[in-house]
Design a protein around this ligand. Sequence first.
Ligand code: GCW
Length: 680
Amino acid sequence: MRKYLFLTVLAGAALFAACNRPVPVAQDGTDLWLAAGRPYSEVLASVQADIDPALPAEAFHIYDADGQRHVAAGSEAGLRYGVYALQRAEVLGQAGPGMDVQEQPYYDLRLLNHWDNLDDTVERGYAGESMWEWTSPAIPEARIRHYGELCASVGLNGAVLNNVNSNPLILDAEHIARVAKIADILREYGIKTYLSIKWTSPISLSGLKSGDPLDPKVRKWWKDKAAEIYAAIPDFGGFLVKANSEGQAGPQDYGRTHADGANMLGEAVAPYGGIVMWRAFVYSPTSPDRANQAVEEFLPLDGKFADNVIVQIKNGPVDFQPREPFSPLFGKLKDTKMMIECQVTQEYLGFSNHLAYLGTMWEECLQSDTYRDGPDTPVYKTISAIAGVANTGQDPNFCGYVFAQANWYAFGRLAWNPALSAEQIADEWIHQTFLKPDGMTDKAFESKFVEPVLDILMKSREAVVNYEMPVGLHHLFGGTHYGPAPWDRLGRPDWTPAYYHKADSAGIGFDRTREGSDNVDQYNEPLASTFNDLATCPENLILWFHHLPWDYRLSSGRTVWEEICLHYDTGIHQVEQFRRTWAGLKPYVAPALWEEANKKLEIQQHDGEWWRDANVGYFQQINGLPLPTDVRPLDTPIDSLIYRQVQSDRLGMPIHDENNRPVIVAPRFRRPMPPAAPAR
Ligand code: GCW
């Protein structure tokens, strides 16, 4: 009898569970983080919207009065930000009666930089070809509108449409007319249009003999060009310039300075209120330390830039590596406007294949204290504007991976308010992106789905650091920047991993102390001494600043070699854990999104194993040391990885086989490598 009762209860419970089983809502990622909210027009229609000239232009105020919800703002753009903020608050359950929120953006200039080429390829783009479709007869209006909504919803207000490695043709009449059409659409979303220019444009477009910024003919050419652009686009934002960098020409070719060049362009756009963003990404192959060069070139020019010129500085001193210290230039320039350049596209963090939430990386940089004006001068307070290299393309979901969308979102939110926490932003993004399954309570959705996904996002960047370049290692990649190549020692030295890891039989790491390149002294005290001293240098940057013997003991009691091995191993464990977590989330996610991430996480794990096998295997060849006993053995012997790279398609995307493993091949053209340093 008791047995029957038990079975009946069991059957009842099963029936109850089946009836209450959450049913995922179909979605495909093409709405990005606008998926969960009410449509914008509906939110707008539900409020009393007013322009209040007393508010700053981009500010908004959401409040309740007279039994009605109000959104007041200083301008149309501010109103849009306010309505989107309300939409977000509704999704987050923060829009209850009595809501009273007043905000304005921290920076006036919040831009995306698109590295899109006129042939529709995208430099470091991993989401298909250019979203602007330069080669099509018509401009892709629907996509541009969708982009406008997405940018406006997070408060981005500027877009540089083309690659910093610019094609001069962007400034010909045909392209200006086309850009004007795009600008007309973007304007509706409060977004200003900017262009990257090529320094030699006067020569290639009009046959001038020189690009000398002090040559009156050159100056006139730029003024005329500015007039032509502003006639077509009256609110054109201005120019972004990569000059005397990575083979691009610039004012230094004529014996002039960056300031001479920037100010000449600044003068051309000044009458129209335009600006010039001049990149500080400069380095020459002969310098003993690439990380030193921005300060070396730009510090002497401090105070020499015109008012409408902003120097655009990458977050780290080398190049968007998974972990770098902040660029010391942020702590050095006092009389020059500065902006940070973040990279939203994952050039060094697994393209659109790896789940790497970058909010935590940017937070780390923006919150770093530069001590420029004494303590509490974090990077975010030294700058007056912010730019991010976009991760957008023609893929229907814009970014090539639903989890890559989180980085566009996070960049926008930090541009609006750099003091927001990466965790809060990630939490917002999850709620807005993933639809709650039917038949699931808010509470259950929170604990069963949102929290585990948040946990993955928050750990993801560190996982990439661990399996790619831990303990301060950097620039260990090869070829397309997707996979490892620590063995690479050929060609321009500062483009090879060996220049950065400096591994030999005695040790590893770049000596940037006072005994080495003295990069530490580009930081203000107390940072300079903190980084210089082995006892105080943060261990997650230790091989960035120090060259250490393999058997040097870190605070854990483990040697440098053991720590390196352990970090690679940990990174793979972390991705395995992400996969397990994601597998358990299947009941709550639309199949299309679940499948996409499931596949990509498997790719990520296999790529992580490749990174570990290649780096640990290679360094082991150099130091002759055994693996520590508490890490797993390598999967693939170094002999079948060394000097090889992943096979890539036409757009540089890596190819994986049917088991989601990278297809590792010998490069088609390989010069013989000099022998590695002998093992001891
Ligand atoms: O990160 C490097 C990239 C180049 C890029 C350059 C830059 C646009 O590998 O592709 O060129 O930086 O920022 O100028």
